[in-house]
Ligand binder design. Structure first.
Ligand code: TXA
Ligand code: MG
Length: 531
């Protein structure tokens, strides 16, 4: 079959797409998540063609796309208040809601289930094609079954040319991962597939929501599943991928010993000869957008032995991890020792958290103390400091830290220079202490570091805890603790990064407004030990 290429800017082409769909044909269309392979959802012979074109197992149900909320009433037998609340907040957009189906939806569309998945996409081209076709459109991702979902026209062409009637050549998809799928047919709503709309976003609207176990875990053979899509091989590139949960410092070592390895890592981390990048570190939205095209690139470049850095396991990061772990066929390298960065805003109660971690068998490294300790600085390092900041910063071979600080913090260039000179020796010392604890059998080591990120010590960590409290409370605490005036305290607070900076990077954010939640800290320790 010859596949037509249609232009979304052309009215004639949009009309053509609508006509093909009304006549039971198949059209690949762009959406904000990934490209979809659309057919009339209410016509069995049209939907059958989707399963054939994709090579998709027939018990894997499809998502039905509509353009207006009212259109949901012909597809489902009931629209509960939670569905309305979610639709109100997130539609049009990357959220799919599962509800009991109406008799109008043929069994082939719902994969034989009594429920149906519905979504209103936000992409303008998708909406105009749904409107033009005047039927609800069943549309799975427009890839061959088992392959990564297509996020640009070229990916669709590669998988579908000659198999379908037409492809609408739109832009690259904005979200880059498929929609979040939530079912409202269980007692507690449950996320079956995470996406750009996160658990946290959803709970703000409808309260307690579960996450299906299949999201993070490999299914046992023959076990019943809530979402049939979860049981099939998915997102698999040809390459063998292994996810690395080690620190970035240990991750880099893999490439020193294995010269054939390729890195699937974040921008700025491509220290290895062979690397494919997927987004910015600590920015799950950009990782989501780029993951699938990165998987395609691995194949195009013929890379086969790939080690991937690990996304965060919360927010949109959970969706990135959910796809990546399937692409990696659940191969994960766990760290043998957990190195936890402990940081946060000043006066937030970080030391109390450190104390509780210590009581639970964690070894604490006080990075501030190492920075202030004269023995940290080697003679070469001190010479460099003198050359850069004046020989009088050393008095009787002792570093005058106040004078050094005064000179180094004059301009941002000088601060950068100070860091360039001192960070390597500080890191070296921290590494020696870490190694010592490791040799003694420690399983959890905590780097207590207010400037964890500035000092790049996050690269030594396998996870990060950030501590915070409301500004009023922190102000009160540091005035008392350090005997400051209110102005001095405010100045110190405002010289620091805002809480969002820490929250975005942390695996856990601990708020100490109502005191330190000891239970939560114990829970974190237990999760690290795998208890
Ligand atoms: O972003 C998206 O959702 C894209 C675009 C095209 O809209 N579509 C998409 O469809 O990803 P697909 O077919 O690749 O994934 C649909 C997922 C599958 O895992 C399927 O098993 C699940 O949703 N699903 C669909 N209907 C369901 C139902 N009634 N009950 C449980 N799971 C269902
Ligand atoms: Mg799919």
């Amino acid at each position: 079959m010859e596949t037509l290429i249609l232009n979304p800017q052309s009215n004639t082409d949009i009309k053509k797409a609508g006509e093909i769909l009304r006549n039971a044909g198949l059209v690949a269309i762009p959406t904000e998540t990934v490209y979809g392979l659309a057919a009339n959802a209410l016509e069995t012979k049209a939907v059958e063609k989707i399963y054939i074109a994709k090579g998709r197992p027939s018990d894997n149900p499809l998502i039905v796309h509509i353009a207006n909320f009212e259109d949901i009433y012909e597809l489902v037998s009931d629209v509960p208040p939670k569905a309305k609340a979610l639709a109100e907040k997130f539609w049009p957009g990357p959220l799919t809601i599962i509800l009991p189906k109406s008799d109008k939806v043929p069994s082939i569309t719902s994969g034989g289930l009594g429920t149906v998945a519905v979504r209103i996409p936000s992409d303008k081209t998708a909406l105009s094609i749904i409107t033009e076709s005047a039927v609800p459109l069943a549309a799975p991702s427009s890839n061959l079954s088992g392959r990564p979902s297509p996020t640009c026209f070229e990916h669709v062409l590669e998988d579908m040319d000659g198999r379908i009637d037409a492809i609408v050549k739109g832009e690259e998809c904005e979200v880059g991962l498929e929609s979040t799928v939530i079912t409202l047919t269980t007692k507690v709503p449950k996320i079956l597939r995470p996406g750009r709309i996160s658990l946290e976003d959803i709970e703000k609207v409808i309260g307690k929501t579960d996450i299906d176990t299949a999201v993070l875990n490999q299914l046992e053979q023959g076990k019943a599943v809530s979402s049939p899509g979860m049981k099939y091989k998915h997102y698999s590139p040809k390459a063998k991928i292994t996810i690395c949960k080690q620190s970035f410092a240990d991750y880099k070592k893999i490439f020193e010993t294995d010269k054939n390895a390729t890195a699937l890592c974040f921008n700025g981390q491509e220290v290895m000869a062979k690397a494919v990048k997927y987004g910015e570190k600590y920015d799950s939205i950009s990782q989501a957008k780029e993951l699938f095209s990165a998987l395609h690139k691995l194949d195009e470049q013929g890379f086969d032995n790939v080690y991937a850095t690990c996304p965060q396991l919360h927010g949109v990061g959970l969706a990135v991890y959910n796809r990546l772990i399937r692409a990696a066929a659940f191969r994960v390298l766990e760290p043998d020792v957990h190195i936890i960065g402990l940081t946060g805003t000043t006066g937030s109660g970080k030391s109390t958290v450190a104390d509780i971690l210590a009581q639970n068998n964690a070894k604490i490294i006080d990075c501030d103390k190492i920075t202030k300790d004269p023995s940290t600085y080697t003679e070469t390092c001190l010479n460099h400091l003198q050359n850069a900041f004046g020989s009088d910063i050393l008095k009787d071979k002792v570093l005058d830290r106040k004078l050094l600080a005064k000179r180094a913090f004059e301009t941002s260039e000088k601060t950068k220079l100070l860091n360039e000179i001192t960070l390597p020796v500080i890191t070296e010392k921290i590494n020696r202490i870490i190694q010592g604890y490791k040799n003694n059998g420690a399983k959890i080591i905590v780097l207590d570091a207010p400037t964890l990120f500035e000092a790049k010590a996050d690269e030594l960590c396998t996870a990060i805890i950030a501590v915070n409290a409301p500004e009023e409370l922190r102000l009160e605490r540091i005035i008392l603790r350090d005997n400051l005036t209110k102005e001095q305290a405010l100045q110190r607070i405002h010289a620091q990064k805002p809480v969002e900076f820490y929250a975005q990077k942390a695996n856990w954010l601990i708020d100490t407004e109502d005191g330190v939640d000891i239970e939560k800290i114990i829970e974190i320790v237990k999760s690290l030990k795998g208890d």
